[in-house]
Design a protein around this ligand. Structure first.
Ligand code: NOJ
Length: 870
């Protein structure tokens, strides 16, 4: 039997260690940002809106559980212990199989016969709530069809503070309102389909560099602790927490805490983040799961608000856990209060029931670790040989939706009139981004390469393509159907041949280029997840410049994970059109063909700003540690001024602003009207919670927790059992004998009734109900002044009016189909939250006295209409 280890009950903040070791250049601890403590950890509210039934079902179930079974719910079985990327312990006595926690935000990862959807960022570019919701629903269906319990997405962290951030494409947009809509609609879709969604990564997870100590060592840096994202209270509320409030309000079942530290306390044991912001203020009723190896303490993380550890071992394949047996001991000896383990179990089971699941779950029918049909169900142990892959086809007709989303998420950045194409005489397609990866679309593990067309970026946020329609294949088929001449050169490195092709008469040259990025555990061409620059990859800039110097009708298509620098070439008269096609997924070629040929009239809007230079963005990834061997410190000193808010404030040079995008028709805006509602004044929440409930009881005799003699031990598997009934030996804890009060923070084990926060709801996930009161309704008329039907994306911006406020902030938008000559009405609302700032003294949202102006227009800089809000 494995031996238990002493890592469990360390309560000390690791940042204290970080600040005391290391060479010069290390900052003094007193100079580092700190995170306030917040205890005790809030327990579930039986009356929370939308959770009442789930709570009742969870209570009925959890009340039957033994302590060991509750611990099993909270603790993963270890890396590669079962079939999914993470699974917890089963409760066979009551017929509950292990829950499957599985990636990704674009499809079922590492499986087969599943779809690959456009990225969150591309979905955001549609500015279309219905498509975002349908995408979520389809992904939820596919996950469910494979036996996934929790789909590990969608993403609002990274938000996109830095354009170089490797995982920005997994999320939606650096604008919190657009991301808030994206994450909420996706969650509703996923959960309506019967799968639990997981809003991740909570919070401040804006770059890949230094998110994990071991990973950093892999690229040459020895640091003792992960990066600290130092975020002030106002910025936290007005920017990074905003979309998570929308996620909680949408009823999200789980939240994943992130790898890095926030204000020098690890996100998965940061009581300010988990207890205070997420559970108290936002009223989150689901469970918090750690990112994979993001847990660093046992009892400390339990009382700070963590509910489930993934994948369960301290680090991959150690065979030891901070929880598991150590959590069993911790509860028995009173270090971790009983209500806390009960609350963890309640939260997990309530999320389970909330999405309509029943205890008799269909089995998991795929295996993440191998595509073989038969193999060991416990992968690392090589134990339990059986059928593990059933190759279930879950795609349904999702390809149609994927094609539509990617087309509608394509942004037409420039068009001198050459588009849409209509039976062009001769099409020349240039660039390796138009063609296949000749080794196969799934040949690079977790898509960690940039070979062939970029339809998915890299990391855990990926899935295997069932097929990949390349731009070359789709454009060739279109050309054949049209009777056009067609030639493609699917490399960026054939200048002579390219020149001789595109110099010919009647050519429409379409150049495909890209810029890739991904998750920090994979390095592609010296990009450690984060991009190391904002230029095009694989000599793309030279390719564009060359082709456009030889051909006066050059169309450029960009696949990328964020903005790239187009300054050197975008205004060349020979470049007749530019399109950003995002990260489109499996139907890539069909989607871009639909747009180029006008089968879809483009209406995507860029979900980020395209700065003129790298420096113009005002923020950048921290690529080199700045605190000696201590935790690298990243100060979010720009506050809420990222992306367009920064460009507006600094008047920094840009090429295409947030919200911008062209159509094949034209629109005119007129007749702005405002209507004030009277929802009454804001009422801060008062009162207290009930005392913490407990469900069931447990024995304090450690003999009852010893590994059962009739159970076969699986190598490296994490169990809730002890290897001896001698507590000191079972835990091997250096703190053994100390009481909780001696090493846990004050109030950490308090189970008495607690005051409600004024900004929190009374049983209203998302915060105080009054924050979502509609204060103003704004309407405007939009007329299609062109000759073809098209979708317009009217946007409502607000000036909050204060000296520290951004010039304007996005607050609402819609996507409206309008026929030529017709006028439609855009209707948007402003809630109390929309009009408020976070008051750090009051700890609440407040509408300032500054005059507020609403603007309506087609981008963050084209705001034709405005009205002062009285
Ligand atoms: C780490 C990633 O940060 C997270 O997004 C993912 O869900 C887990 N690994 C599991 O693969």
């Amino acid at each position: 039997m494995k031996s238990l280890f002493a890592l469990a009950l360390l309560a000390s903040s690791s940042s204290a260690i970080a600040a005391s070791i290391g060479p010069e250049h290390q900052l003094y601890k007193r100079d580092l940002a700190t995170s306030d403590p917040s205890y005790p950890s809030p327990w579930m509210d039986p009356e929370a809106d939308g959770w009442e039934d789930a709570y009742a079902k969870a209570r009925a179930f959890v009340s039957q559980l033994t302590l060991l079974e509750k611990v099993n719910l909270t603790t993963g079985v270890g890396w590669e212990g079962e079939q999914c990327v993470g699974q917890n312990g089963a409760i066979p006595r009551l017929g509950l199989r292990s829950l499957c926690m599985h990636d990704s935000p674009v499809g079922v990862r590492g499986s087969d016969f599943n779809s690959v959807f456009p990225s969150g960022q591309t979905a955001a570019a549609t500015f279309d709530r219905i498509l975002m919701n349908r995408r979520g629903y389809a992904m939820g269906e596919e996950a469910k069809g494979k036996g996934v319990t929790v789909l590990l997405g969608p993403v609002a962290g990274p938000l996109g503070r830095m354009p170089e951030g490797g995982r920005n494409w997994e999320g939606f947009s650096p604008d919190p309102v657009l991301t808030g809509v994206g994450i909420a609609e996706t969650i509703k879709g996923i959960q309506d389909a019967g799968t639990i969604a997981c809003a991740k990564h909570f919070i401040g997870n804006e770059q890949e560099h230094f998110r994990q100590v071991g990973e950093a060592r892999g690229y040459g840096f020895r640091i003792a602790e992960s990066l600290s994202s130092n975020i002030d209270d106002k910025t936290m509320h007005e920017l990074y927490l905003w979309p998570f409030a929308d996620a909680v309000r949408a009823g999200v079942g789980s939240v994943m805490c992130s790898y890095q530290q926030v204000n020098n306390s690890y996100a998965c044991q940061n009581s300010k983040l988990l207890n205070d912001l997420l559970k108290n203020e936002l009223g989150f009723q689901g469970f918090v799961m750690s990112d994979w190896q993001a847990q660093h303490t046992g009892a400390a993380s339990a009382v700070a608000g963590l509910d489930m550890t993934m994948p369960g071992d301290t680090e991959f394949n150690t065979g030891r856990s901070f929880w598991g047996a150590n959590l069993t001991i911790g509860v028995v000896n009173g270090t971790v209060p009983e209500y806390r383990i009960d609350d963890m179990a309640m939260r997990i089971m309530a999320a389970f029931f909330k999405v309509g699941k029943t205890i008799d779950q269909p089995p998991i029918n795929f295996d993440f670790w191998t595509s073989d049909t038969y193999g060991p169900v416990h992968w690392v142990a090589k134990q339990g040989y059986q059928q593990i892959n059933y190759h279930v086809d879950v795609q349904a007709d999702h390809g149609v939706l994927i094609r539509e989303i990617a087309a509608k998420g394509t942004v037409l950045l420039k068009n001198t009139g050459v588009l849409p194409l209509s039976k062009p005489k001769f099409v020349a397609v240039i660039g390796d981004d138009a063609g296949p990866n000749i080794r196969g679309p799934n040949s690079c593990s977790d898509r960690g390469c940039d070979d062939g067309t970029l339809a998915m970026a890299w990391g855990s946020g990926t899935a295997n393509f069932p097929y990949l329609v390349t731009p070359d294949a789709a454009l060739l088929a279109q050309a054949v159907a049209d009777g056009s001449r067609y030639e493609s050169i699917l490399t960026n490195y054939a200048p002579a041949q390219t020149r001789s092709l595109v110099q010919q008469a009647n050519v429409t040259a379409i150049v495909f280029v890209n810029a890739d990025s991904g998750e920090g555990y994979i390095n592609v061409d010296s990009n450690e997840g984060d991009r190391r620059n904002l230029t095009l990859w694989r000599n793309g800039d030279d390719l564009v410049k060359n082709v456009s110097s030889w051909c006066s009708n050059t169309i450029v298509v960009i696949h990328s994970t964020g903005p790239v620098l187009v300054t050197d070439w975008y205004d060349s008269p020979n470049i007749t059109a530019i399109l950003w096609a995002g990260i489109p997924g499996q139907e890539s070629g069909n989607s871009i063909t639909d747009v180029l040929y006008g089968k879809v009239n483009p209406s995507g809007r860029t979900p980020f700003t395209w700065g003129a230079t790298r420096e113009s963005f005002g923020t950048d990834v921290l690529y080199t540690p700045n605190n000696g061997a201590g935790a690298p410190q990243q100060d979010f000193s720009e506050g809420v001024f990222i992306d367009y808010r920064h460009f507006d404030k600094a008047d920094a040079p840009l090429i295409y602003e947030f919200g911008y995008g062209l159509s094949y028709t034209t629109f005119e805006y007129s007749n702005i009207q405002v209507q004030k509602s009277n929802p009454g004044t804001y009422t801060p929440t008062t009162g207290t919670t009930a005392a913490a409930p407990t469900f069931g009881n447990f024995s304090t005799d450690l003999n009852d927790y010893v590994f059962p003699s009739n159970l076969q031990y699986v190598y490296q598997y994490i169990y809730p059992y002890l290897n001896t009934s001698d507590a000191r030996n079972a835990s091997q804890d250096p703190h053994f004998g100390q009481t909780a009060a001696e090493f846990l923070p004050p109030n950490a084990t308090d189970s008495t009734s607690q005051p409600l926060l004024r900004s929190s709801g009374k049983s209203t996930p998302g915060g105080n109900r009054k924050l979502y009161d509609v204060m103003y309704t704004i309407t405007a008329d939009i007329t299609n002044t062109g000759s073809i039907a098209g979708d317009e994306v009217p946007q409502l911006y607000l000036s909050l009016g204060g000296p520290d406020d951004p010039k304007v902030v996005l607050r609402d938008f819609d996507r409206i189909r309008i026929n030529p000559g017709q006028t439609s009405q855009f209707r948007a609302t402003l809630t109390r939250r929309d009009l408020s700032n976070w008051d750090t003294t009051l700890q609440d949202w407040v509408v300032s006295e500054y005059p507020k102006t609403a603007y309506v227009g087609s981008s963050s800089r084209k705001l034709d209409l405005s009205v002062v809000l009285a």
